[in-house]
Design a protein around this ligand. Structure first.
Ligand code: ATP
Length: 365
């Protein structure tokens, strides 16, 4: 008798629109894996975030962290609410705690334009934009976030941490991703995005990048200052393949990346470490639109597809990778006719309409 492998998914919907975009995503994940013979997903619903903090005084209880850490993968909606902060004024961000505590150093943010959506850039070459931002997610300037920075109400200091072991793993991850993308993209290029001309920590970042590049002779190693990259992402984003950068630079440029493909609701992400991974949309809890049924769940769905792909690769489950490809294709098919335009792009498709359209194309495909 053949047993299906159970893959346990820790589900953390979180705050604001997080809880609006999660249920439909889980339904699609269940649908696309229903016929798998080698594995089955099991969802474990967990609670963390600002709303939990408001109710209980705890944002991320130890047992919730432990359950998430024991799962095969973590699927997260969005966390944090403006105005809800810890007593010391720090923002409530269990998603950042997860990245740091589980050493999820590679924040993978694909920037891929889907056919059928209103164009953002006029140049026709932007029609099939496809590059990936890798944001280091455990140190960099964010490493200072839990430390008191203001001294005597006179001066404030945040320190950017760049460490060799994290950088080596980060760059190797970036080069391996470029190798994996090469058959499809042909470019085979990793661009180190930094500020090596001004900050010694960033010169160190670039130095380690150059060292690791030697181990990947089939991939072009390229450099660009972060300010120039902001320009290039608008002027010629089609020239890039994999971009790798420090935490805060990645935080900023991935929002620009999301804008290039239509908005925050189109941008999925994966935070990957050597043993654990969290999958969540790039956006936050969007309190300005929460409760209105307007949130675009596409980034959530595509994050679910990234999760299936990662699980498939990690556990040698071809069926999970096929399911990931089917779910991604269902999203693409839903948008291709050009009639499904999410609210954030000026259209009328709310959360449910997007779920329905993707569900219909999944059923048809
Ligand atoms: P964080 O710092 O937690 O990333 P943030 O404060 O930067 O969050 P978001 O919550 O990402 O901001 O929201 C930024 C803007 O994008 C808001 O105007 C929000 O309404 C919009 N937005 C974010 N996600 C979506 C979505 N899924 N659908 C539609 N609009 C969205």
């Amino acid at each position: 008798m053949h047993h299906r492998q159970t893959l346990r998914i820790a589900v953390l919907p979180g705050d604001g629109i997080g809880s609006e975009i999660m249920p439909g995503c889980l339904a699609l994940l269940a649908e696309v894996t229903a016929t798998a013979t080698a594995f089955a997903l099991e969802f474990e619903h967990l609670e963390a975030g600002a709303a939990l903090y408001q109710r209980t005084g705890e944002a991320f209880p130890d047992e919730v962290f432990a359950a998430a850490a024991q799962a095969d993968a973590i699927l997260l909606g969005a966390m944090g609410l403006p105005g809800v902060r810890y007593a010391d004024g720090r923002e409530i961000a269990p998603q950042l705690d997860l990245r740091e505590r589980l050493s999820l150093y590679a924040g993978v943010r694909p920037v891929r334009r889907l056919a059928g959506l209103p164009p953002v850039l006029a140049d026709g070459r932007a029609a099939d934009l496809d590059f990936v931002i890798i944001r280091e997610s455990t140190e960099g300037l964010f490493a200072s976030r839990s430390q008191a920075a203001v001294e005597d109400d006179r001066v404030a200091r945040d320190t950017m941490i760049i460490s060799r072991p994290v950088c080596e793993r980060l760059f190797d991850f970036a080069f391996r991703l470029a190798e994996r993308r090469k058959p499809k993209r042909t470019m085979g290029k990793v661009t180190c995005v930094d500020k090596a001309n001004v900050l010694p920590s960033q010169a160190f970042f670039r130095q380690i990048f150059n060292e690791r590049a030697q181990h990947f002779p089939g991939i072009t190693a390229d450099h660009c200052y972060v300010d120039a990259m902001a320009l290039n992402m608008v002027k010629r984003p089609w020239d890039f393949d994999v971009l790798v950068m420090e935490n805060m630079f990645g935080d900023i440029l991935s929002d620009l990346g999301a804008a290039l493909v239509g908005g925050m609701g189109m941008a999925p992400s994966a935070d990957i470490g050597d043993r654990h991974a969290v999958f969540q949309p790039c956006h936050g809890s969007a309190p300005d639109i929460a409760g209105q049924g307007k949130a675009n769940p596409t980034a959530m769905i595509l994050s679910g597809a990234l999760m299936l792909d990662w699980l498939g690769e990690r556990h040698g489950l071809a069926e999970a990778q096929t399911a990931a490809a089917r779910l991604t294709a269902a999203v693409e098919t839903a948008y291709t006719p050009g009639t499904l335009i999410p609210c954030e792009m000026g259209g009328h498709a709310g959360t449910q309409q997007v779920f329905d359209a993707v569900g219909a194309s999944l059923a048809a495909g």
